[in-house]
Each structure stands twice: as structure tokens, then as C-alpha cells.
Design a protein around this ligand. Structure first.
Ligand SMILES: [Zn+2]
Length: 217
């Protein structure tokens, strides 16, 4: 089935009757997120593809990077790709995924779409911790908690292998959004080479902040 909306074209199987509700939720939140990124609209409608075959989804991911069990959604090709609930339930990580979980996941992916739209300079290798820092805070903050950051900057840069990677990114994002003006954050979004120049400083500050905060508790 194809569902057409202002910003999205959604492709899904009719039996996934929960999809329109998930899209309504997404649409109720898109304006706030676009405003953060200084966007009035998307340059063109983005596709939302609901995969109803886990093996096909793995193959899709492997065009871009290694597949891991926790992966159930992505924007690697500029679309929002999501595993259907039924297929997500076949993975260990998402065996009990609910429609509400899916709503939070789609919002997380939408933050990535806005970041793609806002980016001016595109580097070959994205700074993944930064992308996830924004998406976990602006998209699905309900899912993550702040952690004490122990990892070195090098370990954080190796994001896919970092223990508790999304909670670490959430903590860094929390620090950034609380302590840097949004103009400065948007400048990092637009020109990632500026972010790379300041990465050491940001990660050191966020680590220290996470330590102080944890001790106060
Ligand atoms: Zn993400």
C-alpha cells in the first residue's frame, strides 16, 4: 500500500494496520523538530519503507555497513526504513517491540532526515556519535538514560563497537543541548569539519560533566 502525506510517501503492507497511527504520531511532532534545524519544509517528500522481510532488511543494511541485531531502522539511503513489528519480533533486541516503540523509533529516524537536509558540507565519514546525540535527544529521549562516560574519545569515535553506545550519545547530546547555543549546534550540523575540529573539547567536557552529575546524585 502507498500512503501519501505532506512530507512523506509511505510504502507498507496492508496487514500492518498500525502504520497509519505511527505516521500520525510522526506528523504531530515533525514541526518542532524541523524548527530546531531551521527548516520550513523538506526539499522533497521522503519515502518511508516498512520492510516485512528481515533478511531483505539485512541485505539493505549491508549495502552501507555491517548489520547488527539491534538495527531495526535507518536512513542510510535517504529514506526512512523500518522493520515491520512482525519482523522486528524475530530479532533478539526487539522481540517485544510495541507500536509505541515504533513511534519513538520513527521520530528518531526523522531527526536524522532533518540533519541530512540541514547539512551543507558532506564528509565521506559521518561523526556518528553526533548524529546519535541529536536523534536520541530530539527524537526518542524516553528510551535512553544518562550514563557516566568512561570511554576514551577514540572509543566514542568507534561508535558501533562502543558499549552502551546510544546512552553515551544521549549523554553527550544532553550536555551539548544544555550548554551550547542552538546556533552553534546547527553550525556543527551544517559544517561537520567544524565539529571535528571541536570534537576533542566537546567529548572531554561531556565526559567531565557526566562524572560530576553522577557524583552529585
Ligand atoms: Zn540513529
Amino acid at each position: 500500500m502507498v500512503l501519501e502525506k505532506k512530507n512523506f510517501v509511505i510504502v507498507y503492507d496492508e496487514k500492518e494496520s498500525y502504520v497509519p497511527g505511527v505516521i500520525d504520531y510522526l506528523e504531530s511532532k515533525t514541526n518542532n523538530i524541523m524548527t530546531f534545524f531551521g527548516l520550513n519544509s523538506l526539499k522533497e517528500k521522503r519515502k518511508i519503507i516498512i520492510f516485512n522481510d528481515l533478511e531483505l532488511y539485512k541485505k539493505h543494511i549491508e549495502q552501507f555497513h555491517e548489520y547488527r541485531d539491534y538495527m531495526c531502522a535507518d536512513t542510510d539511503d535517504g529514506n526512512i526504513n523500518l522493520l515491520s513489528l512482525e519482523e522486528a519480533h524475530k530479532t533478539k533486541e526487539h522481540a517485544t517491540m510495541t507500536v509505541d516503540d515504533l513511534k519513538m523509533t520513527i521520530l528518531h529516524e526523522f531527526v536524522h532526515i532533518c540533519q541530512q537536509e540541514c547539512e551543507v558540507e558532506h564528509l565521506e565519514k559521518d561523526v556518528i556519535w553526533f548524529w546519535e546525540a541529536l536523534a536520541t535527544n530530539l527524537g526518542n529521549s524516553e528510551v535512553f538514560s544518562k550514563v557516566l562516560i568512561k570511554a576514551s574519545n577514540e572509543e566514542i569515535e568507534e561508535f558501533i563497537n562502543l558499549p552502551q553506545n546510544y546512552c553515551v550519545a544521549f549523554t553527550i547530546g544532553n550536555y551539548l543541548l544544555d550548554n551550547y547555543p542552538s546556533d552553534a549546534i546547527i553550525e556543527y550540523v551544517k559544517y561537520p569539519s567544524k565539529l571535528i575540529a571541536d570534537s576533542e573539547k566537546i567529548l572531554n567536557e561531556a565526559r567531565e560533566w557526566s562524572n560530576v552529575r553522577t557524583m552529585k546524585r
